[in-house]
Ligand binder design. Structure first.
Ligand code: XMP
Length: 525
């Protein structure tokens, strides 16, 4: 295990990902975790992340007392990155000051000495790196020497190989640091002597063992399948571990895409053999949503209805089994559980609060279900990899994200008005199918249509029409937190607009959404 102590850098998760991409298991915990927490994890290597703080600011975060002594005593190498380097220097009696010149962005560095970090043959070698710091180390603790400097003369890399302590002032984890991944590889394999060997097959076997150990032989587990990748992979994994003591429910709330129910149920049943019940709750949802136009109220109604249905499912199951189910499976991912040191003054305590609405929150307390979150140490791309091993069809794994409240946040205003939902389903299907036919689906984070509660005048077949306007939205993104709109060729848009107006009764105008996030959000409501 390579343990990352996080001091709040926006790149910390990237360090974890880069190391995992080298087939070495890596975890990230708060940099201010207790010594007990750190030693309990028995890391082979510890990396101190960067962060937005200055070591001179009162209350700036630091590793616990006794950590470096423990690392030395157990021969655990420590690498400090950016703020992590400055912490090492300061805590070991060196000096960190506000730099003469601050260094942000692209920078050239040059290797000055034979070194463990770069290899002895790299002396005089220049490389482009990504810097982001205001402070710099000006006096090193005993036993350290500078092995690389930036063109501006600032310390770029330090080491004390006999104490197994290393520091990089730049960020090797970002792709702009041209030899960054190579430097990390060298550090982990050549300097620290780790061996690559962490594979998704191992993760699967280990998780299955944990689930088998956790769930007693008479206990039952329930899972709400949304049709998304995370809940599906989580359910497939739990099913592999405990078989049909897993009970899944999929809710048709009337807010699904074109043929969504049929398509996902086919994957659940035919491809994955999951024990799943499909609850038809279309009337229940739509009657509650009738006349509701406020986006937040819509979301709350949908959340509440979903919980009511889930509750009923669990109670029915209890009647059938003669006992309450004990566990609930959730497809929580690693980015949702990582706790990072918040930037100063942000008022933020934990990073995962941002996304709480994505999970099945607020389940009735009397259900007293314990959680199984088998994906909570994985990133999205790793979940897709795991899904492949579990035979989840590739096309399913690559599906664009779809929000929990479904088409309700894509029909602006009252979703029950006229045949808005039907029109939207048809338009969306034409748009998505055209994207697939053009081979663009995988380069787009999310694409969908939006139904606008306005009518415009048109002329179709020599007739004046007064019909609906629909908007097309397609965005690129890494994680949905920020996004840019996707640039389609004009010919593609022309074809899609024509197909929509010719194929969907009630639509005579198509517009494209060309705003990024921010200032917009991806969904319209
Ligand atoms: P926004 O619209 O906030 O969306 O820019 C960011 C990403 O989150 C999805 N999204 C949701 N997913 N429940 C979900 O499971 C929700 O309530 C929800 N709202 C938005 C959205 O589709 C996009 O991928």
């Amino acid at each position: 295990l390579v343990l990352i102590l996080d001091f709040g850098s926006q790149y910390t998760h990237l360090i974890t990902r880069r190391i995992r991409s080298l087939s070495v298991f890596s975890l990230c915990i708060s940099g201010t975790s207790s010594l007990d927490t750190i030693t309990h994890l028995k890391p082979s290597v510890v990396i101190l992340s960067g962060g937005p703080h200055s070591v001179h600011t009162p209350d700036s975060p630091s590793f616990p007392d006794g950590f470096l002594q423990w690392a030395q005593a157990n021969a655990v190498p420590v690498l400090g990155i950016c703020y992590g380097l400055q912490l090492l220097v300061q805590r070991l009696g060196g000096d960190v000051r506000v730099g003469h010149t601050q260094e942000y962005g692209r920078m050239d560095i040059c290797v000055h000495q034979p070194s463990a970090l770069f290899g002895s043959h790299k002396i005089g070698k220049r490389q482009v790196v990504w810097m982001s710091h205001g402070d710099e180390a000006v006096a090193l603790p005993h036993g350290f020497h500078v092995v690389a400097r930036s063109d501006q003369g600032a310390v770029a890399a330090i080491e004390n190989p006999s104490a197994m302590l290393y520091g990089l002032q730049y960020h090797p984890e970002v792709t702009h640091s041209e030899e960054g991944i190579e430097t990390l590889r060298r550090f982990l394999f050549d300097v620290c002597g780790l061996e690559a060997g962490w594979t998704m097959e191992d993760v699967m076997e280990e998780e299955i063992m944990v689930i088998k150990d956790t769930v007693g032989p008479d206990e039952h587990v329930i899972c709400a399948l949304s049709g998304g990748v995370d809940s599906t992979v989580a359910a497939a994994l739990v099913h592999k571990a405990i078989g049909d003591r897993l009970h899944c429910v999929f809710v048709d709330n009337g807010l699904l895409r074109y043929k969504e129910k049929e398509r996902v149920m086919e994957t659940f049943q035919k491809d994955l053999h999951l024990p799943v019940v499909c609850v038809d709750a279309v009337d229940q949802f739509l009657s509650q949503l009738k006349g509701v136009t406020d986006p937040e109220t819509k979301r709350k109604i949908i959340g509440k209805e979903f919980i009511a249905i889930f509750d009923e499912f669990a109670h029915k199951l209890e009647g059938k089994l003669g006992k309450k189910p004990s566990y609930l499976v959730q497809g929580t991912l690693y980015p949702d559980v990582i706790e990072s040191c918040p930037p100063p003054g942000s008022g933020r305590t934990h990073s995962h609060t941002i996304k709480s609405h994505h999970n099945v929150g607020g389940l009735p307390k009397d259900m007293k279900l314990k959680l199984i979150e088998p994906l909570k140490l994985l990133f999205k791309d790793e979940v897709r990899q795991l899904g492949r091993i579990l035979d989840v069809p590739q096309a399913f794994l690559k599906r664009h994200p779809f929000p929990g409240p479904g088409l309700a946040v894509r029909v602006l205003g009252d979703v029950t008005e006229g045949n808005a939902l039907d029109i939207l389903r048809q338009v969306d299907e034409i748009f998505i199918q055209s994207i697939k036919d053009a081979g663009l689906y995988d380069s787009i984070w999310q694409a969908f249509a939006v139904f606008l509660p306005v009518r415009s005048v048109g002329v179709q077949g020599d007739q004046r029409t007064h019909s609906h306007v629909v908007a097309l939205r397609a965005v690129t993104s890494q994680d949905g937190m920020t996004a840019d709109w996707y640039y389609f060729e004009h010919k593609f848009l022309d074809d899609v607009a024509r197909k929509i107006c010719n194929g969907v009764r009630g639509v005579n105008r198509v517009v494209q959404d060309i705003t990024s996030k921010p200032p917009s959000t991806i969904e319209w409501e």
